[in-house]
Write a protein that binds this ligand. Structure first.
Ligand code: NAD
Length: 274
């Protein structure tokens, strides 16, 4: 549908079995791109092979791939990450800043929020987005062939809510960063946009349920309640799936969105429209 043949993409935080990153990486490959994927570690869990499994899926689609371990919050590791992609594939056209700090310990009232927990969320979500974008933008400008940067914000980047302060602050900031960077890079034919998913069915929802559940309720039961409540409150009648976000990312990665930049687009089935 979108022609990404000849393009090279990097998706961060793409090693999770049910994650948005895995779905985006696969979708960009389906559209024809070669796709490097990165995560903190290449961790195999029961029944799931981590980053290496995502690489294998992409290669099965006859696209080139590479899995790279890198902490998006570490400047040196990010510089090395981008350099590795360029060394292997010759260039980088599309960066998807998808990595996100685990949900859980941060989902407490501000009066109970530890500085270290606050810092971890900002470090991964915000500093990581900045560091990866900066390294990619330097290369894209020098190469003079245009480019796409897609940042993962959230509907929590548009509206604050209790017990989400650290997460909301990071996702609001990503929207401000996206708008600022889009103006700087527009003359270089590099579009910078943010996606703002609503609740999406990934491993992260279990972390949220575990942190938010009332006493005496199991994580699994509360997770089901959360999903059912968010689904019935959504005009579409369900919560999002990773592929819903991947489709939007494919559009933003393609030339079809060439005149769109600086936007923060809800991917929320109509539950959020601004
Ligand atoms: P997830 O927690 O399943 O995946 C996040 C990935 O980021 C994991 O693979 C994790 O290992 C990786 N990561 C964490 N710290 C890292 C670091 N320092 N360096 C590199 N990688 C690191 O999350 P998800 O639900 O797939 O969400 C992906 C993105 O979408 C996140 O930015 C999240 O905030 C955002 N988002 C998710 C939802 C949702 O409901 N699932 C909604 C809105 C926005």
């Amino acid at each position: 549908m979108y022609d990404l043949r000849g393009k090279v993409a990097l998706v961060t935080g793409a090693g999770g079995e049910k994650g948005i990153g895995r779905a985006i990486a696969n979708r960009l490959a389906t559209e024809g791109a070669d796709v490097a994927v990165s995560d903190l570690e290449d961790v195999s869990r029961e029944g799931w092979g981590g980053l290496s499994a995502v690489v294998a899926e992409i290669e099965k689609q006859d696209r080139k791939s590479l899995g790279i371990e890198a902490d998006v919050g570490e400047e040196g590791e990010v510089e090395q990450l981008i350099r590795t992609v360029i060394d292997r594939f010759g260039k980088l056209d599309i960066l998807v800043n998808n990595a996100g700090a685990p949900a859980g310990p941060d989902r407490v009232p501000v009066v109970d929020l530890g500085v270290d927990v606050w810092d971890t969320v900002q470090r991964v979500n915000l500093r990581g987005t900045f560091l990866c974008s900066r390294a990619a933008a330097r290369h894209m400008i020098e190469r003079d062939g245009g480019g796409k940067i897609i940042n993962m914000s959230s509907v929590s980047g548009k509206k604050g809510s209790p017990r989400f302060a650290a997460y909301c602050a990071s996702k609001f900031a990503i929207i401000g960063f996206t708008q600022s960077l889009s103006g700087e890079l527009a003359p270089h034919d590099i579009q910078v946009n943010a996606l703002c998913p609503g609740l999406i069915e990934t491993e992260r929802v279990t972390g949220m349920a575990s942190a938010l559940k009332p006493e005496g309720v199991s994580t699994e039961a509360y997770r089901e309640q959360m999903v059912a409540r968010a689904g019935s409150g959504n005009p579409v009648g369900r919560i999002g799936q990773p592929d819903d976000v991947a489709r939007a990312a494919a559009y933003l990665a393609s030339n079809e969105s060439a005149f769109l930049t600086g936007l923060s687009i809800p991917v929320a089935g109509g539950s959020w429209m601004l």
